[in-house]
Design a protein around this ligand. Structure first.
Ligand SMILES: Cc1cc2nc3c(=O)[nH]c(=O)nc-3n(C[C@H](O)[C@H](O)[C@H](O)COP(=O)(O)OP(=O)(O)OC[C@H]3O[C@@H](n4cnc5c(N)ncnc54)[C@H](O)[C@@H]3O)c2cc1C
Length: 434
């Protein structure tokens, strides 16, 4: 079982709205024969390309391998939400790691959003970035909790860009009858993720990075001079960075024991009627309070991009449209008759405690993955921190690596069944509303 090949065609982007509305990059050659580099990176998503770009800017000779194309993985298929904070709320971070570390983690997450905006501006990436993510709640108890958290961020973290919303204000913003209220974070945002990751790719190529596409790493050898092998070639380098996220497979066991792949699905409607904007009157993104959350936003050409539904089988379901249209039509009953032009799936990676897994596997082998659905900004920052750590400046990397992500229970054989049992329990809770 190899998730790199299980659900997709070799070297092809999934047939998504994103792939149809982006300016594609020229195909890069596959790796053939023996090569050298200062740094070799496996994986050309946000993590790998951001690392490559930042390293090239520091003068390193960098080679990146991807089994398919740049942005083929989660980075080119996601909901495009550039969220604030870590995936885990500050309350829990304070309890788990103490106040100082929690504040440091909040600061890094703020850096992550700023870095995304900086890269977009500096490299002139046309990815339709817009401000605003609302958190919408299904139950009054969740609204109360959300408003308490908003107040905490304003008071204790001086974060003034977030404000509470009552049921009417939420309805005016979103146009869905199901939500009881929540909040709007003007400091977060949303973008076209494939356009963004290809923008990073374009910038990396311009900075002199060599990218080898259709080049699956089949084996790595750690050591003073780590090597990465493919079927047709090898790269020998001084440093190795693993940026494979949900597609890592068996390439590295210590990471694989802590980072679990999981699939998630998105549909896109036909363009909506602009005359009567009953859906998302504000051009914001939304993530709701379900455990398997619904998330949505408008595309630049006025479609609704809606994500929902997760499966914990390796394979994508045969009918993604049917699966995602259930939550979509519950949230927006007024869209029942609107055709769904696109449906696709993607593989992300989660960790036990939903914090990203940064690891120093060896002095010169680094890895970052497991952003648990919160990777647009964090994976971009991870690339920068990986580059800094490679260059010997590791304060940010060490802060993240110090989180010591636990292994999934059950070892290699049982971790998947344990996850299935756990996820099914939470999915049942979402359905029954308790
Ligand atoms: C449907 C979906 C919706 C999401 N929505 C959001 C969202 O709205 N906001 C948010 O913040 N996050 C979201 N995420 C998560 C986010 O997309 C990821 O956290 C982020 O893209 C991770 O980036 P990455 O570069 O680490 O991994 P990826 O983008 O998955 O890149 C990994 C790359 O490594 C390559 N690779 C792997 N193994 C090998 C190998 N052996 N040899 C060569 N190449 C290899 C793959 O081909 C792939 O291109 C979502 C994810 C999905 C799937």
């Amino acid at each position: 079982m190899n998730l790199l090949t299980e659900n997709d065609q070799q070297g092809q982007y999934p047939p998504s709205f994103y792939a149809d509305t982006v300016s594609h990059l020229p195909l890069q050659p596959p790796l053939k024969g023996e090569h050298k580099a200062d740094v070799v990176i496996v994986g050309a998503g946000f993590t790998g390309l951001s690392a490559a770009l930042h390293l090239a800017e520091r003068g390193y000779d960098v080679a990146v391998l991807d089994a398919h194309r740049m942005g083929f993985g989660a980075s080119g298929r996601n909901g495009g939400q550039v969220g604030s904070g870590q995936r885990v709320e500050q309350d829990r971070l304070e309890k788990t790691y103490g106040l100082d570390k929690a504040r440091q983690l909040w600061g890094l997450a703020e850096d992550a959003k700023a870095l995304v905006r900086h890269l977009i501006t500096t490299h002139d990436i046309d990815c339709h970035y817009r401000d605003g993510i609302a958190h919408s709640c299904w139950r009054q108890s969740e609204v109360d909790e959300d408003h308490r958290y908003v107040e905490k961020l304003q008071r204790e973290y001086n974060y003034e860009q977030i404000e509470p919303l009552d049921q009417n204000a939420m309805y005016d913003m979103i146009g869905s009858p199901v939500y009881r209220g929540g909040s709007i974070d003007h400091g977060a945002g949303h973008l076209h993720p494939l356009a963004y990751v290809l923008g990073l790719g374009r910038a990396a190529l311009a900075a002199g990075v060599r990218v080898y596409e259709n080049s699956m790493a089949t084996r790595i050898i750690e050591g003073k001079k780590p090597s990465v092998m493919t079927d047709q070639g090898a790269i020998h380098a001084d440093h190795l960075i693993l940026a494979c996220n949900g597609y890592l497979g068996a390439l590295n066991k210590p990471v694989a024991r802590r980072v679990m792949p999981i699939n998630n699905f998105i549909v896109t409607t036909a363009p909506l009627d602009t005359e009567s904007p009953s859906v998302l009157a504000s051009d914001i993104a939304v993530a709701d309070s379900k455990f398997v959350l619904n998330y949505f936003r408008r595309s630049h050409d006025n479609r609704l991009i809606f994500g929902g539904g997760e499966n914990v089988s390796y394979r994508f379901p045969a009918d993604i449209r049917a699966m995602v249209s259930k939550p979509l039509h519950t949230v927006f009953p007024q869209l029942k008759d609107v055709p769904l032009d696109y449906a696709w799936g993607g593989t992300l990676a989660i960790t036990v405690n939903r914090m990203p897994c940064f690891m120093r596997l060896n002095g010169n082998v680094l890895s970052a993955s497991g952003y648990s659905g919160h990777g647009v900004a964090m994976a971009t920052l991870a690339g920068k921190l990986l580059a800094e750590a490679t260059a010997g400046v590791s304060e940010g990397f060490d802060c993240m690596a110090g989180l010591n992500i636990p292994r999934f229970p059950g070892g290699d054989l049982l971790r998947w069944p344990s996850l299935v049992i756990g996820m099914n329990w939470y999915m049942l809770r979402d359905k029954l509303g308790f």
